[in-house]
Design a protein around this ligand. Structure first.
Ligand code: ATP
Ligand code: MG
Length: 451
């Protein structure tokens, strides 16, 4: 069932329920009020009658003027003797006259129905001293009440039906306004699905509800993010093919050179072989980095374990020292630095940072480890060429190299720091760069001790 229909049904049923309760209440209330006032009228009349001098004496009871003085239309008044004889009557309604006269010593009031019409009655014993000499019977047809009630029922029905109609129209109008943005969103999503082109939802006017606005905003944010991701992916493919093209061009042109002159000219041969092997090493490096990046992109790929970061840093520093013959000092607290993380990824992170420090500096490199309030801090500092401040914001972009041409000689492809950033993000950590050209660079990584 659609939201609109649900909403309309609910409102209508709820309204009908309220109206029924309300109408019943009004109906009963009117009856109650009228009966009470009619009853009061009768009581007043009887009280006045009882004050009449003629009513205390048996002879006065049959005075023909006695009751006519108090008579009202659609009433019957009569006096019944102890023997059950009617002493005095006033009233002409045949249905009331047909009622059996009853002598009674009890005061009695109540209501009876004659042909579905309400009739109020009151029976009052008449005394001469302490002796009951007759019963005054008073019947009063509530014809006015019945006609009032008929009008009331009609009025209530008409207003209720009107209210329900208005409610149906109103709810229909309201829900169509309410759900039209949803419809609009669904349409946009379908269009995206069909065309494959990302599109945002236009945010409606001020009268749109806050929830729907925030839904549309969330949707648009998601579209923005997807858009950026697609854009980045496109950029990545473009950059990657560009990066692959250069070494491949170099290799193929040197291969052509070899083919033409290499057999005779020893110099050309040596140069070509050297260039080809250098470029293929670059290619190897590049593909390896790209694979690493692809791996790091995988979100649920962390193999968490708890290990000692000092030990890991020592190991990595030793390994790099053996390869590059550069001095790397690891400064750490006396105790272990326990860290729960993906050990291999952290090792990779250290290698990336140390590799940069080795490439872009010539002096000793310092690795400093510390723990504070559940955060592990790791800093890699070198005294190398540094990074110009205007380049800082781009450091973590893929394939970014400061002054690309110059750095090509170092063999870097510009993926190291973007992989590092990805690893740190996966561990909910933070990476910061502090650098001054010609003074050196310090890169700090802060990781939560337990992810
Ligand atoms: P690779 O993908 O092989 O690591 P790369 O080292 O050029 O290539 P990144 O590690 O991402 O790429 O670094 C990006 C750029 O940042 C580098 O080209 C370099 O110019 C600069 N950079 C990074 N670390 C340092 C550093 N310690 N000192 C000076 N410049 C640095
Ligand atoms: Mg690097």
């Amino acid at each position: 069932m659609t939201l609109r229909r649900r909403f309309t049904f609910f409102t209508i049923f709820w309204l009908i329920f309220i109206l029924i309760l309300f109408n019943i209440f009004v109906y009963l209330f009117v009856i109650n009020i009228t009966l009470r006032s009619e009853d009061q009228l009768m009581t007043n009349k009887v009280n006045i009658l009882l004050e009449d001098k003629r009513i205390d004496k048996p002879a006065g009871l049959s005075d023909p003027d006695l009751l006519t003085d108090y008579y009202n239309a659609s009433e019957l008044m009569r006096i019944v003797s102890p023997e059950g004889r009617v002493l005095n009557t006033s009233g002409s309604d045949p249905q009331l006259l047909a009622l059996k006269p009853v002598f009674s010593v009890q005061h009695d009031t109540g209501m009876i129905y004659i042909d579905n019409r309400r009739v109020l009655y009151m029976k009052v014993p008449l005394y001469n001293g302490t002796q009951v000499i007759g019963t005054l019977e008073l019947y009063r047809m509530l014809t006015l009440l019945d006609s009032y009630l008929r009008v009331l029922v009609i009025a209530l029905t008409v207003t209720s039906v009107g209210a329900i109609m208005f409610a149906i129209l109103g709810t229909y109008w309201f829900t169509s306004r309410l759900t039209s943005p949803i419809q609009h969103m669904v349409q946009t999503m379908r269009e995206i699905d069909r065309s494959g082109k990302l599109r945002k939802i236009e945010l409606g006017g001020k009268d749109q509800s806050a929830e729907l606005l925030s839904l549309a905003r969330a949707f648009n944010q998601m579209i923005d993010r997807l858009d950026r991701t697609f854009e980045r992916q496109k950029q990545f493919v473009a950059d990657a093919s560009h990066e692959l093209k250069t070494p491949l061009t170099v290799i193929s042109s040197y291969a052509g050179l070899l083919n033409r002159w290499g057999r005779d000219d020893e110099n050309v041969r040596d140069e070509a072989i050297e260039a080809i092997s250098k470029e293929s090493a670059r290619l190897q490096n590049l593909t390896k980095s790209m694979l690493m990046l692809a791996e790091a992109e995988q979100e649920d790929w962390l193999k968490l374990e708890t290990f000692d970061l000092v030990h890991l840093a020592d190991e990595t520093a030793d390994m790099l020292h053996m390869t590059f013959h550069r001095l790397i000092r690891v400064q750490a607290p006396k105790t272990d630095v326990r860290l729960t993380a993906d050990k291999e990824k952290i090792r990779q992170l250290l290698v990336i940072l140390l590799d940069n420090a080795i490439k872009y500096s010539k002096e000793t490199i310092d690795v400093t480890l510390s723990v504070n309030k559940g955060l592990v801090r790791m800093a890699v500092a070198d005294k190398g060429i540094g990074i110009p401040p205007e380049e800082m914001p781009h450091l973590f972009e893929r394939f970014f190299r400061v002054d690309g041409a110059r750095r090509r000689s170092t063999g870097g492809v510009g993926l190291g720091l973007s992989i590092a950033k990805r690893i740190v993000d996966l561990h909910d950590g933070k990476i910061d760069v502090f650098s001054k050209p010609d003074e050196g660079t310090t890169i700090t990584v802060t990781l939560p001790q337990k992810k």
